[in-house]
Design a binder for this molecule. Structure first.
Ligand code: PDD
Length: 281
């Protein structure tokens, strides 16, 4: 595989980052994940806009322009022959000479940029979408700025492990009694045809797929309510689903071992998945 590191396209085995990079030492970095269908980037503008917001919130400089980023993404998709898959980009606050909590001067320490691809044939035609997924609920123990897409992914990784050990596919995180989001996706329930999802705030990542799906839902005259919901309410819902760049729209059929409705994906989530895939590619 060819990857991009700080200006160079290299075989992945030749790509190097300093051991003093703050991404490695302090998780001082942000990232984005963009899906590829039919060799084309999905929702790229949204991902770049969110990246710029994440960078600004952390007073971090981008080493390249958004036009450059698009070119790098396209170059890697072409070089690696990605028809369906993902492009991952990470920007960290670079590698100062001395480890220090204080941010280094950006003129002396440029940010690092790494971009790589993952081939995922069958991403759109994912059989998991027909079956639906099972989630467990766990405490949300992440930091308070989840609207910034940082590379601090340890708690989400732990959450996925808790789910795996419980024989489930993912975990929905709960704060003060209300669901925030999935470990790497936004969470929704459907009740009486109405789509319910938590409103945007610092508590959740403002999903790019979420924005598109809510727009398509409104265009299809589906009712959407942005508000908090509990696990108890979710268990009583007709349907549930998640959205993310890597899963698009994925039905949830079981929460903490309780089947939703008849335990099948239902109508709303599969329809939204269909619309999303049709409209975005
Ligand atoms: N995750 N919430 C969290 C915590 C996420 O990590 C993600 C994305 C989302 C959905 O955002 P979007 O629709 O823009 O992908 C919500 C990516 C896919 C990842 O970490 O792999």
């Amino acid at each position: 595989r060819t990857v991009y590191v700080n200006g160079d396209y290299l075989p992945e085995t030749d790509a190097k980052i300093s051991i003093f990079d703050r991404g490695f030492l302090m998780a001082d970095g942000v990232y984005e994940v963009t899906s590829v269908l039919d060799g084309k980037l999905i929702d790229f503008d949204g991902h770049v806009a969110r990246l710029e917001r994440s960078l600004a919130e952390l007073e971090m400089a981008s080493p390249v322009t958004s036009e450059d980023l698009l070119e790098i993404h396209r170059a890697l998709v072409a070089r690696n022959g990605i028809e369906e898959g993902m492009v991952y980009l990470q920007i960290t606050r670079g590698a100062p000479a001395d480890r220090d909590f204080v941010f280094p001067d950006p003129d002396e320490t440029p940010s690092s940029l790494v971009v790589f691809t993952q081939n995922k044939p069958g991403l759109a035609d994912n059989p998991a979408a027909k079956k639906g997924m099972r989630v467990i609920s766990i405490d949300d123990m992440r930091w308070g700025r989840r609207d910034i897409k940082t590379v601090q992914l340890l708690y989400p990784s732990m959450g996925k492990m808790m789910a795996k050990k419980a024989g489930a596919d993912d975990a929905w995180m709960v704060q003060d009694g209300f669901v925030t989001e999935g470990t790497s996706n936004n969470a929704y329930i459907v009740k009486g045809g109405k789509i319910i999802t938590r409103a945007r705030s610092n508590d959740i990542l403002h999903g790019i797929t979420r924005a598109a799906v809510l727009r398509f839902a409104a265009e299809a005259q589906m009712e959407v309510e942005e508000r908090n919901f509990t696990i108890a309410e979710a268990r009583e819902a007709d349907e549930a689903f998640i959205t993310s760049a890597s899963t698009f729209v994925m039905p949830v059929v079981e929460i903490d071992g309780v089947k939703l409705g008849d335990g099948t994906p239902g109508r709303v989530a599969p329809r939204l998945r269909e619309i999303y895939l049709e409209e975005s590619r």
